[in-house]
Structure formats: structure tokens, C-alpha cells
Design a protein around this ligand. Structure first.
Ligand SMILES: *[C@@H]1O[C@H](CO)[C@@H](O)[C@H](O)[C@H]1NC(C)=O
Ligand SMILES: *[C@@H]1O[C@H](CO)[C@@H](O)[C@H](O)[C@H]1NC(C)=O
Ligand SMILES: *[C@@H]1O[C@H](CO)[C@@H](O)[C@H](O)[C@H]1NC(C)=O
Ligand SMILES: *[C@@H]1O[C@H](CO)[C@@H](O)[C@H](O)[C@H]1NC(C)=O
Length: 464
């Protein structure tokens, strides 16, 4: 209720005719978070808003209305504190989910600490620069919201996943573990009694870590940083500022989200990043290579966080052997970050960066083997490609379970990657038309929106 009033009040107080000055802070080292932010902020900049964009990555093309501030030295600073990014592949086998979650919380706290102390941001605090709006990334870095309180501006949060505990808390979105599967588990909305029990326990655990570990850690950073600038003021508890967020944009869509209640200031904008990068095209020789494959092309990528060459070598050679068996029939494009692929079959091309959307858009591409990141799955559905999902971390088990329940792909468990299981999964998908039919049906639903998701995101932000 109060959030709604706040939206209305702020709407009345913003002069809609002028471009706004927006402070955007995206400290995450996950590339997909940056990409999502970049798409939204670039569109805002195109419409005449003036953006200051803090992030670890760089925009490939400069924009007149965006001043970029690169956060340097994050990696080194976190490493000094023993908080390196986990190797998601080995962590999956060696670490419990609980252990991974606490690591993520500690790491995100150190990250927000570093970001708020970053000299350029400290300058902003000292001079109390004038801004109209704060936009932050949802990456367990809620202490950043202190910026909104200090600068006395409304805040918008961009969440690169579907709804989760941290985003729900901001807007008071309900979570009922009896039918809302937790993002860190691989369940669907139809859970057995045992699964519901596990789902409830994990949700309870999340709540406990939120209240007794996450929040106090963020609160400490928030108090340390903002007390210095407001020594005479009684800082409100961080949780009040978290509850004061005006709008949360979640990167999801009804077909990627099981039926669940969503409050009105949480807005689903999944798919906004698709076709946003007009400069992304396939080089002519790769286009010809795809075009000339007699039985089509398989595209494989494990996303930006995990490198394919970090897979155990027996698994890599299992893939290589299977791909080799398609010589003369299918061709393979592999996002492969290393210079060499041992025993490289000549129907496979590898490259460290690939224009993923352009490849998926090509009609001769028949199958996408993916880690099951949400943005990749959205692209697969958009371009009507069935998938094989190799879930590795985060919400990927959850996404994999959803792919199977929607019938447009199969999950291949990391514990069970062998020549047989890969061959099995590929054959199943290429020979059984149901996968293709299902993804085509979903694609229609995904594109059937009353308003383009990027326009909806920008509209909602301008509304605030
Ligand atoms: C930048 O903003 C101005 C208005 O402040 C607008 O006229 C212009 O088109 C924007 N520039 C770009 C490259 O979109
Ligand atoms: C909540 O946000 C509004 C602006 O959106 C601001 O005026 C108000 O002071 C904020 N309250 C707290 C407790 O941060
Ligand atoms: C490529 O792989 C080899 C052997 O696995 C490794 O020693 C090397 O560091 C890798 N190179 C890159 C750029 O990752
Ligand atoms: C491993 O893969 C094979 C072949 O696809 C399959 O029959 C088997 O059920 C899988 N095992 C597990 C534990 O998933």
C-alpha cells in the first residue's frame, strides 16, 4: 500500500517533460546482470535521460548521455579477503547449497562495501550530487539503497532473475512454499510431499539467513558509510529503506514463471534484452558455415560464468566424440574460451565470444546446448530452438526443471555426462518433433505481449 502511494507521490513531483538524472549502480561481476542493465539504461539514455553508470564492465560503444564509471580492482579486493568467485563446476560437487549461499552473501557484502567506498562514488556522496532516481542491480547488495535515502530520491531495482526472497522482500510479494518452488532447487510448482517439505525448509532457511545474516551484514555497511555523511541524523533501519523501493523490474515472463501472485510494483519485463544489440551479427564465413551444414547446426555454450574448458576432460572428450560422429551431417558451434580443443573434429568451430542471438536466429540451427541461464533460455524460446540444459549453479536447476515441464528440452545432469547420455539426449530432441512443436508454441506466447518488454520497463521507470 505505502509503496503505491509513494509511486503516486513521486509521479506528481517529477517533471515529465525533462530528462531525469539517473544514478545507476551495478557492481556485480556477472556479465548477464550488466547486459540487462546496459539494455535498459541505453534505452533511457536514447530518450534523453542522463545516466551515470557504475559497473565492472564497459559499454562497447560510448553513449553521449551515459557517463560510465568502471569499478576497478574489485576482483583483487575480494580475493584479498578470501572471497574469490567460486568455481561453479567444482563447487557443485564439493559444496552444499547452504555453503554456497553463505559464500554469496559474504561476497556480496564485501562487494557493496568496496563499491560504496569507491572514490568516485564517495565524491558523489561528499558533494551530494543532484540525482532524480537511483537504479540498482539485485545482487544481494541492498546497502546500496542507502544512496536513495541519502540523496532523497526514489529507487528502482532491476532483478536479472525471476522473483526471489530478496526481490520479494522489497515490495512485499508473497512466497508460499507449498506451491512456489524455490529458485535454488530443481522443483516445479507440482511438488511431491517430500519436495514440498524440502522446499519449505529451504525457504525457512532463506528467511533465517536473510534476517540474521544477510540483513545485519548489509546494515553494518550501510551504517558505516552513511553515518559518516549524516552524523546528526538517526539513520532509519536498512529494512525500512528496502521496503521503500518504488519498483522492482524482474527479468521473467509468465511462461518462465509458475503461476504466483505478484504485487503491482513488481513488473515482469523478461525478454527485453532480445534483439536489443543491432550491432550483433554473424561474420560472413560463419553464416556460410551454418548455411552449408546438411542436417543443421548444434550450438553449445555454458554462458559467461563457466568456461567449457573447465569441464572435466573426460566430459569434454565425450562431447568431442559425439560431435565427431556427426561429421558429414551436422556442424557444431561451441563457445570455447581456450585456444585449443584437443582432438578437434573438423565439423566443430570454436570461439571465445559468439554472437549468440544471431546464431540462434538462424533457421539451420537445430539445437542449443546451454547451462540454462534465464537469458539464454529466453533467447532459445524466442528463436524457437529446443534445448539441452546442463545446470551448473544458481537458478539453473530450477530453469532446467521448467524446461522439462514445458516440454521443449531435456536436462543432462553434470554427474552423468557420457558419450551415451549426450548422444541419447541429442537424438531424442532431433528426432522427436514434440520438442520443436512445444518451443514454437511457447515462442508465440512469449512474444504475445500487450507492450514490448523494453518499452514497459522504460515506461515503468519513467512513471517512478
Ligand atoms: C541525449 O539526450 C538528449 C536530450 O538531453 C537527446 O536530445 C539526445 O537525442 C540524446 N542522445 C542520444 C544519442 O540519444
Ligand atoms: C521513501 O522514499 C521517498 C521517495 O521515494 C522519500 O521521500 C522517503 O523519505 C523515503 N523514506 C525512507 C524511510 O527512506
Ligand atoms: C587452456 O587450457 C590449458 C590446458 O587445460 C591451460 O593450461 C590453459 O591455461 C588454458 N588457457 C586459457 C587461456 O584458459
Ligand atoms: C544417465 O544417462 C543415461 C543415458 O541417457 C540414462 O539412461 C540414465 O538414466 C542417466 N542416469 C542418471 C543418474 O541420470
Amino acid at each position: 500500500m505505502t509503496n503505491f502511494k509513494i509511486i503516486l507521490i513521486t509521479l506528481l513531483s517529477v517533471e515529465l517533460a525533462n530528462g531525469a538524472k539517473i544514478l545507476a549502480v551495478f557492481p556485480s561481476d556477472v556479465k548477464s546482470h550488466f547486459v540487462l542493465g546496459k539494455v535498459v539504461l541505453t534505452e533511457l539514455a536514447n530518450r534523453g535521460h542522463e545516466i551515470t553508470f557504475f559497473s565492472q564492465f564497459s559499454l562497447r560503444e560510448k553513449h553521449k548521455n551515459i557517463s560510465e564509471i568502471r569499478l576497478a580492482g574489485v576482483k583483487e579486493s575480494l580475493a584479498e579477503k578470501g572471497l574469490e568467485e567460486e568455481n561453479h563446476l567444482t563447487a557443485r560437487n564439493e559444496r552444499s547449497k547452504i555453503n554456497s549461499l553463505t559464500h554469496l552473501i559474504n561476497r556480496a557484502t564485501a562487494l557493496v562495501d568496496y563499491t560504496l567506498d569507491y572514490p568516485v562514488l564517495q565524491d558523489t556522496l561528499q558533494k551530494k550530487d543532484e540525482y532524480d532516481l537511483l537504479i540498482i542491480d539485485m545482487y544481494l547488495t541492498d546497502a546500496l539503497l542507502g544512496l536513495a535515502y541519502y540523496l532523497d530520491i526514489p529507487s528502482v531495482v532491476l532483478c536479472s532473475s525471476g522473483t526471489n526472497k530478496w526481490a520479494n522482500e522489497m515490495v512485499g510479494n508473497p512466497h508460499n512454499p507449498s506451491y512456489n518452488p524455490n529458485q535454488f532447487l530443481g522443483f516445479t510448482d507440482k511438488m511431491s510431499i517430500k519436495q514440498r517439505l524440502i522446499n519449505s525448509l529451504v525457504s525457512a532457511f532463506e528467511k533465517i539467513t536473510y534476517n540474521y545474516m544477510y540483513l545485519p551484514a548489509q546494515e553494518m555497511v550501510y551504517r558505516r558509510v552513511f553515518k559518516a555523511y549524516l552524523p546528526d541524523k538517526n539513520l532509519p533501519p536498512l529494512i525500512n529503506i528496502i521496503h521503500n523501493v518504488s519498483l522492482v523490474l524482474v527479468n521473467t515472463h509468465p511462461i518462465f514463471q509458475y503461476p504466483r501472485p505478484i504485487v503491482p510494483n513488481m513488473v515482469q519485463v523478461g525478454g527485453l534484452h532480445i534483439n536489443s544489440d543491432k550491432s550483433e551479427t554473424i561474420a560472413a564465413e560463419i553464416f556460410d558455415y551454418i548455411q552449408a551444414a546438411p542436417d543443421g547446426v548444434i550450438y553449445i555454450s555454458l554462458g559467461s560464468q563457466v568456461k567449457s574448458h573447465d569441464l572435466p576432460s573426460d566430459q569434454i572428450s565425450a562431447f568431442v566424440k559425439v560431435f565427431k560422429s556427426y561429421i558429414g551431417k551436422m556442424r557444431i558451434i561451441w563457445k570455447w574460451e581456450n585456444a585449443t580443443l584437443i582432438d578437434h573434429p573438423y565439423n566443430v568451430i570454436v570461439g571465445p565470444t559468439v554472437p549468440q542471438q544471431a546464431i540462434l536466429a538462424h533457421q539451420n540451427v537445430k539445437l542449443f546446448i546451454t547451462n540454462g541461464g534465464l537469458m539464454s533460455l529466453m533467447e532459445a524460446v524466442y528463436f524457437e530452438k529446443p534445448v539441452i540444459v546442463l545446470p551448473i549453479f544458481g537458478d539453473q536447476d530450477f530453469n532446467g526443471a521448467q524446461v522439462e515441464s514445458n516440454g521443449y528440452g531435456r536436462v543432462l545432469s553434470l554427474q552423468n555426462i557420457t558419450e551415451d547420455s549426450i548422444q541419447d539426449a541429442i537424438n531424442e530432441i532431433l528426432t522427436n518433433q514434440n520438442y520443436l512443436n512445444n518451443v514454437k508454441r511457447l515462442s508465440k506466447l512469449f512474444k504475445d505481449n500487450p507492450i514490448n518488454p523494453l518499452d514497459y520497463a522504460v515506461y515503468s521507470i519513467e512513471y517512478v
